[in-house]
Design a protein around this ligand. Sequence first.
Ligand code: ADP
Length: 421
Amino acid sequence: MLLGAIADDLTGATDLALMLSREGMRTIQTIGVPKTDLDLSDVDAVVVALKSRTNPAAEAVAMSLEALSFLQTAGAKQFLFKYCSTFDSSPAGNIGPVTEALMQALHTDLTIVCPAFPANGRTIYKGHLFVGDQLLSDSPMRNHPLTPMTDSSLVRLMAGQSQLKVGLVTRETVGQGATAVAEAFDAARSKGEEALVVDALTDADLRVIGEAAGGLTLITGGSGIALGLPANFRRTGLLHPAGDQVAFAAPSGRSMILAGSCSEATRGQIRTAIDAGVPTLKLDPIVIAEGRFPVEDALSWALNQSARAPLIYSSAEPDEVKAAQSALGRERAGSLIEHFLAEIALGLRAAGVNRLIVAGGETSGAVVGALAPDALFIGPEIDPGVPWTLTLGQTEPMALALKSGNFGAPDFFLKAWDILP
Ligand code: ADP
């Protein structure tokens, strides 16, 4: 195990795990700190997904330290604290306090702060974070319900959230290459600076910074900062050559698709599947709420299909969703469907279905919560941002693809199966 990462939310953890996997690291993502022993002998990177972004700072610190201690025991040689590329936090934290606590626990005197993610328009210049063409503080993030960002100076934000002495490495230095950046780290260290905001405008900048950060015990940033890290391990012979990855050992067995997302993209994917002859069962939240369609009925429908991968969905057009919400309440309609689909997933697993696509972010959260794997091994990417994963833990492995609503091409539900071995 080479790289141990702590992510402050689930989708951010997946982002990072995918980034590392694309760069050739065999990566697993754990859901919280795993309760059982995992075999990490074939693993290069572990990303622990926490849900600590908006918790009280002391709680986030405690969760992060527990994750750190798991990663240390697992043998990680370098650590990464991953947060959102829009630096989602409040004056009380949690990015500052968690960084500070991790530095203390690791006995390290210098780290970097680099949430840049140029592919998504997040860049840093003179220490200011931009979202597209706007300063963070002018972007829609200023009105975020939980973490409104009204300052774009990462130096000020970091200094405000921690006791750390914060410095800046500007784009001019980054433009001079990894040696110049590493020298800037040394110079800052000798001035007593502890957390360095580093400018980055492009992926090439992130690779330069990653190379310069090879010697740092702790790195903090968005998933972009991971771009340059695998190459460091490869250069020192610790990581196998790129392309030399273990095969994705998907179990062979029955396949199913569950969709609870009502996004336009998912509805289009369902239409494409229906047009291609995929058998489908549409769930009606009101009928379910009235107890007229139990989970068993959905399961027996699913298990009686002979097609490759039948589809059960609750996805509906906006007016149908509104009707269900006004009959049941928004929250209740949502959680009823999530719970129902999660129960179906459990029933399917018990009946031997071991390849499953789930559409919808919250829906995926509910299904993964019910299946409760200790970790997900990141496999091949079906469409940008959506990999096949393999569940690890006490139960038989399952191939799972968790698709957030808006992701994926129209033929996602058809082609996803073709890339499984
Ligand atoms: P997305 O990733 O597209 O946002 P999510 O799964 O995160 O999808 O959110 C969809 C929400 O809508 C879930 O809470 C789900 O239970 C709920 N939902 C699904 N189908 C219906 C429906 N027919 N009526 C009302 N709510 C629904």
